[in-house]
Design a protein around this ligand. Structure first.
Ligand code: ACO
Length: 336
């Protein structure tokens, strides 16, 4: 039986670190408020001029090298981001150019915090059907260029960091369903009813004569807006729901999972899930303290860090779940 397997991981964050207190230079906020509400202590932000595909390139090269393959062996690139280099073409095309692997398909996924699991799921379908053998799946974000760096944007701005994570997904012959390393299943959902609860109001298709207007800049429609409470309430409902869906599909119990690598939006969301399922602290791998919310990149960054920290080892059963703008939510279960 052909299934897909995560062959390797890689990650990259830009060197510049902003501690919570550093944000007080341009907005009314405090280390105490941010840490208490979210668990975030710092984030990495790029220097002006560095783009999402630049970060994606570094993470991809690390994943390719860790897989011990040549980049020419890749059959496809899937890149999840909410902060594309340009409105068009897709950032996966810019990454492909920088990676110098022409002709293979390069696909953007625009599912925000859930983007990496959506990407993993798409890659998995191509591999299960035998269409492709090796697919690069990347989550990458340069949020800092798109955040309102003043007090009126503080509720959103303090939450986000820049970074990229990548995996190489490869075809594998599975003979032992309960012990071989492979991606068991992915579960995807969306509810566009809530599309405007976390979004950027301006942009293509707005009811304006032009795609971008001075009015949109002046009234702040170019910056992300979030109904934080609505996001929180839906996240603590949907993430457990989709985690249960994945467990039931695979006839597993929560205790069977060795490591949880959740999307990193807010430590309080993860703590609530841990409490609900009685998950011991040592089974959850968090990175939000260091990197804040890097949206599509949080899960591949978490996987890479967990591997390098010796917390994620061959044979372990891993579960991931994510929730974000759209609203979208998803889960995945895989044996490492
Ligand atoms: N610093 C200081 N004060 C702030 C800040 C800040 N950065 N941001 C907001 N505040 C103030 C508000 O103005 C408000 O003040 P007021 O009470 O005087 O009106 C107050 O803090 C709000 O405080 P709380 O209601 O206690 O805030 P809450 O506990 O709801 O936390 C938060 C807000 C952290 C945003 C929370 O709602 C949350 O985490 N929501 C989920 C966010 C999320 O997960 N987003 C990610 C999905 S991302 C994606 O898909 C791209």
């Amino acid at each position: 039986m052909i299934r897909s397997k995560i062959l390797s991981t890689g990650m990259y964050v830009p060197p510049k670190i902003l501690k919570n207190a550093d944000l007080s230079a341009f907005m009314d906020t405090s280390d105490e408020w941010i840490k208490q509400r979210t668990g975030i202590e710092q984030r990495h932000w790029v220097e002006v001029g560095t783009t999402t595909s630049d970060l994606a390139l570094e993470a991809s090269l690390a994943a390719i090298s860790n897989a011990g393959i040549k980049k020419e062996e890749l059959d496809m690139i899937i890149l999840a981001t909410l902060s594309p280099d340009h409105e068009f073409p897709g950032t996966a095309c810019f990454l492909q150019k920088k990676l110098q692997v022409p002709l293979i398909p390069a696909l953007d996924v625009r599912q925000q915090c859930t983007g990496f699991i959506y990407g993993l799921s798409i890659a998995d379908q191509f591999i299960r059907t035998g269409t492709y053998k090796k697919i690069l799946v990347v989550g990458a974000e340069v949020h800092s260029a798109g955040l309102e760096k003043s007090t009126s944007g503080r509720e959103v701005t303090v939450l986000f960091g820049d970074g990229a994570g990548a995996v190489v997904l490869g075809a594998t012959e599975v003979t032992e369903l309960k012990s071989d390393s492979y991606l068991y299943s992915t579960h995807l959902h969306a509810d566009g009813t809530y599309a405007e609860e976390l979004w950027t109001p301006s942009g293509t298709g707005m009811k304006e004569k032009d795609r971008m207007t001075i009015k949109q800049i002046e009234n702040g429609a170019i910056w992300p807006k979030m109904n934080g409470k609505a996001v929180f309430v839906h996240a603590v409902k949907r993430m457990p729901e989709v985690l249960i869906e994945a467990l039931e599909k695979n006839e597993l119990k929560i205790e069977d999972i060795d490591l949880f690598v959740f999307h990193q939006a807010n430590l309080r969301i993860i703590d609530m899930i841990a409490k609900q399922f009685n998950i011991p602290e040592e089974k959850i791998f968090n990175t939000i303290q260091k990197y804040a919310n890097t949206t599509a990149a949080t899960i591949p960054i978490g996987l890479d860090e967990a591997v390098r920290a010796g917390k994620l080892k061959k044979g372990m059963l891993v579960a991931s779940a994510a929730f974000g703008s759209g609203f979208t939510w998803a889960s995945a279960i895989y044996r490492w």
